[in-house]
Design a protein around this ligand. Structure first.
Ligand SMILES: Nc1ncnc2c1ncn2[C@@H]1O[C@H](COP(=O)(O)OP(=O)(O)O)[C@@H](O)[C@H]1O
Ligand SMILES: [Mg+2]
Length: 440
């Protein structure tokens, strides 16, 4: 029988995919558990890190801990709503609140009444109708409260807090992922981030019936955006800056799932150490290389020589997965510019400025750019999500190891171009000629 059918690949590379073994992140989880067990907690949490560092996965583990303690988790991913206005964010929160409360009430009801009372489809209908009713109630509260959207949202939160208390919920958590999309737009007179912070801070000052905590998750510049929003924001949050994992944690994340497959698979300690080095401790790469290793082991009859991994296809998959979509949308000018940034060498600082790249570009002939052009290119690359602004005038890649991926991409593209420029070997030419003849 095919071994592949017997063995399921356990690694899960992909945005927000729960890994087979969540390594590290212990302090973060312990801190959170301590917070929700306090009497009147006010520690909001900010989780930041580059793409693929495990922010969404950590958020899911905090959710599991909160729900185990009975807290109501109200949250969403804001990546699709880049142009959020105050009204739209308020509507988002009303919708998320009613959904979370309807789910909670449904589970309380089925717990009290026993699961046999409603057939599954009836329970779903009941839940949907409760959600609609809750939404109407909260929307009514929002619309009839006086003041600005932030005043009205405060009334909604205090109403939700009373409802939660009646359902014996110990607290509410508002959790928003990809929260860099919430940044204020002063030029459009829209301040969704300020509205959210103001609502939560005011509830925490007044001590509403049940406590409400805010968790925001996003790319590192979220912290700058928050600091620009309000002067005391840093004090409002406990910041968790996710870094890559330690060597021991990386080893554990890679080997725990693998050891369950050995035998029949076999990977030597030297090969495993090589894969650990390849990942550099970046969580996404652990899942990616883990998955590729298992696939290659399966294809190769269960074992592999130390120098047979990674195959060229593995590196191709890597470049097209995490990085490919963003790269494919870049213009030739942007690619020339990225080559300069990526060629700074492995010991270069993670940050770079327009000035630095413009100076380096003088060594690249046709790709030379002025300081102003470099600034414009960096802004365009920020919009494409390839780089982000670390601080005033400085930028860094959003995806770890982007430099290597860019250079590999450019090299393989150049090889394709070269293959078309070189005259084909005579044998191929004769073959082509016959096939042309055949077609005509
Ligand atoms: N602590 C961890 N241990 C092992 N794998 C992890 C860990 N954290 C994240 N991952 C894996 O890394 C990948 C990216 O995680 P994700 O939470 O989507 O990152 P982010 O939200 O920071 O972009 C996923 O495939 C996930 O399974
Ligand atoms: Mg994420």
């Amino acid at each position: 029988m095919d071994r592949r059918k017997l063995l399921e690949n356990p690694y899960r590379p992909g945005a927000g995919h729960i890994p087979p073994f969540l390594a590290g992140r212990i302090d973060e989880q312990e801190f959170f558990k301590r917070v929700i067990r306090q009497d009147n907690p006010t520690d909001n949490i900010l989780i930041t890190g580059l793409r693929g560092f495990g922010k969404t996965v950590l958020l899911s583990s905090l959710r599991a801990a909160a729900e185990q303690d009975g807290w109501l988790w109200v949250g969403n991913d804001l990546s699709e709503s880049a142009s959020l206005t105050e009204e739209r964010l308020a509507l988002r929160i009303l919708t998320d609140l009613s959904q979370a409360m309807a789910n909670r009430f449904a589970s309380i009801e089925s717990g009290l009444a026993g699961s046999s009372v409603h057939a599954p489809h009836e329970a779903d209908e009941q839940r949907a109708s409760d959600e609609q009713q809750l939404f109407e109630t909260l929307k009514g509260c929002y619309e009839t409260s006086p003041g600005l959207p932030s005043d009205r949202l405060k009334s909604v939160m205090s109403r939700a807090s009373s409802m939660a208390a009646r359902a014996r919920v110990p607290g509410i958590i508002l959790a928003y992922d990809e929260a860099q999309c919430l940044c204020d737009h002063a030029e459009r007179n829209e301040f969704p981030m300020s509205m959210l912070l103001d609502t939560v801070a005011s509830g925490q000052k007044k001590a509403t019936v049940v406590p409400c905590l805010l968790i925001l998750c996003g790319l590192p510049h979220l912290l700058n955006a928050l600091t620009e929003t309000r002067t005391y924001t840093e004090r409002m949050f406990h910041v968790m800056r996710l870094d890559r994992l330690s060597r021991d944690d990386t080893w554990a994340a890679l080997t725990r799932p693998l050891s369950r497959m050995m035998p029949p698979l076999y990977a030597s300690p030297k090969l495993i150490a090589k894969v650990v080095d390849l990942t550099n401790g970046y969580p996404y790469f652990i899942q990616f290389f883990g998955k590729e290793l298992v696939e290659q082991l399966l294809r190769n009859g269960g074992t592999l020589g130390d120098d047979e991994f990674p195959s060229t296809e593995t590196l191709d998959h890597l470049d097209s997965g995490l990085f490919g979509a963003r790269w494919n949308n870049t213009t030739n000018k942007q690619r020339d510019f990225l080559r300069i940034v990526a060629s700074r060498g492995q010991y270069a600082a993670a940050e770079f400025s327009a000035q630095e790249v413009s100076t380096l570009s003088k060594n690249y002939g046709d790709s030379e750019v002025s300081n102003a052009q470099a600034t414009q290119l960096l802004q365009a690359l920020c919009e494409r999500g390839i780089v982000y602004r670390t601080r005033h005038g400085f930028y860094a890649f959003t995806v770890p190891m982007s430099d290597e991926m860019i250079l590999r991409r450019l090299q393989s593209e150049e090889e394709v171009v070269k293959s078309w420029q070189e005259p084909p070997p005579p044998k191929t030419l004769r073959k082509k000629a016959t096939s042309w003849l055949w077609f005509t």
